[in-house]
Design a protein around this ligand. Structure first.
Ligand SMILES: N[C@@H](CCC(=O)N[C@@H](CS)C(=O)NCC(=O)O)C(=O)O
Length: 252
C-alpha cells in the first residue's frame, strides 16, 4: 500500500495525517504545495470539493480532509485502530477530534500565518527538501507573497491573533480535561490525539510560546503524538499579546 500525502509546509492537519500514516505503518510520499496556490491545485487541478490540504491518494482513491482521511485509513488498515471500539468511548473521542478540527486548528493556523508574515527568516525551517519540486531555499525565498495571501484569506489579523493567544490557556485546559478523563493520551493513541497533538505541536515551534506551555500535559501529548515537527521560529509576538498566557501560566 503506497500513499501520497499532499500538504503545505508547516501545516498542522497535514502533520496530523502524517503521524497517522506512520502509526499505521503505511508507506507514503509527502508532497508539499505552495501556500495559496495549493487552493487552485486542489480545487481545479484535483477536482476536489474543498480548497484545502491534507489530501491523500491511496489505492487509487483521493481523500480530502484530516478527519475523512482518519476514517479511510481505519477502513483500509484497521490495525492499529484510530478510534476506540466501544461506542461510548468512540463518541467521546470523536467529540474531541471534532473540536480539534473545528475549534483549535484555525486559531493556530492564524497564529502561525501571522508569524510567518511578520518574520520571513524561519520560513525555510518549516520546509522539507523541496516544495513542488522547487528546492526549499528557493521556495522559502518566493513564499512571502503567497503567505501574505494566506494571511488575508484566513483573516489572520492583529486582533484575531491577539485574541487567539489570549485564548490559548483555556484551549489547552480543555485538552487537559480530556486527558484527565482518559479520552486523550491513553495507552493507545487515536485520531483525536493526532488531530489535537499536531496543532499543539505547531505551537511548540514558536520560541516565545514554548517556555510558557512546554511543561503542560497537552504539550506532552503533542510531543508523544507528533514527535518530530519541522520548524523553529524566534520570538515574534508583541509581549502584551502574550501577557494573558503568561499570567495564566504563573498561577498554575
Ligand atoms: N480543517 C480541514 C482543512 C485544513 C486546512 O484549512 N488546511 C490549510 C492548511 S493548514 C489549507 O489547506 N490552506 C490552503 C491555503 O492556505 O492555501 C482539515 O483538517 O483537513
Amino acid at each position: 500500500m503506497k500513499a501520497r500525502l499532499y500538504g503545505l509546509p508547516g501545516s498542522h492537519p497535514t502533520m496530523a495525517v502524517e503521524a497517522m500514516l506512520e502509526y499505521k505503518g503505511i508507506d507514503f510520499w509527502r508532497i508539499d504545495l505552495v501556500p495559496f496556490l495549493a487552493r487552485v491545485i486542489v480545487r481545479r487541478g484535483m477536482g476536489l470539493p474543498q480548497n484545502t490540504v491534507p489530501v491523500l491518494t491511496i489505492d487509487g482513491r483521493r481523500i480530502q480532509g484530516s478527519r475523512e482521511i482518519a476514517r479511510e485509513l481505519d477502513q483500509l488498515r484497521p490495525d492499529p485502530p484510530l478510534f476506540p471500539e466501544d461506542p461510548e468511548r468512540r463518541r467521546a473521542a470523536e467529540e474531541a477530534e471534532g473540536w480539534g478540527e473545528e475549534e483549535l486548528q484555525h486559531p493556530i493556523r492564524q497564529i502561525s500565518l501571522w508569524a510567518m508574515r511578520a518574520n520571513r527568516a524561519p520560513i525555510r525551517s518549516y520546509m522539507g527538501r523541496s516544495v513542488m519540486g522547487v528546492p526549499a531555499a528557493v521556495a522559502a525565498h518566493l513564499a512571502p507573497p503567497f503567505i501574505g495571501r494566506g494571511v488575508r484569506v484566513n483573516e489572520a489579523t492583529d486582533a484575531a491573533v491577539c485574541a487567539n493567544l489570549a485564548a490559548l490557556d483555556s484551549m489547552l485546559d480543555r485538552v487537559e480535561q480530556w486527558i484527565a478523563a482518559g479520552v486523550l493520551d491513553g495507552e493507545e493513541l487515536g485520531a483525536a490525539d493526532f488531530q489535537i497533538g499536531a496543532s499543539v505541536r505547531l505551537l511548540l515551534t514558536f520560541q516565545d510560546l514554548r517556555p510558557l506551555i512546554e511543561d503542560r500535559p497537552a504539550c506532552c501529548l503533542a510531543r508523544r503524538a507528533v514527535p518530530g515537527y519541522r520548524g523553529d521560529a524566534p520570538p515574534i509576538f508583541p509581549p502584551a499579546w502574550l501577557e494573558p498566557l503568561r499570567s495564566a501560566t504563573a498561577v498554575k
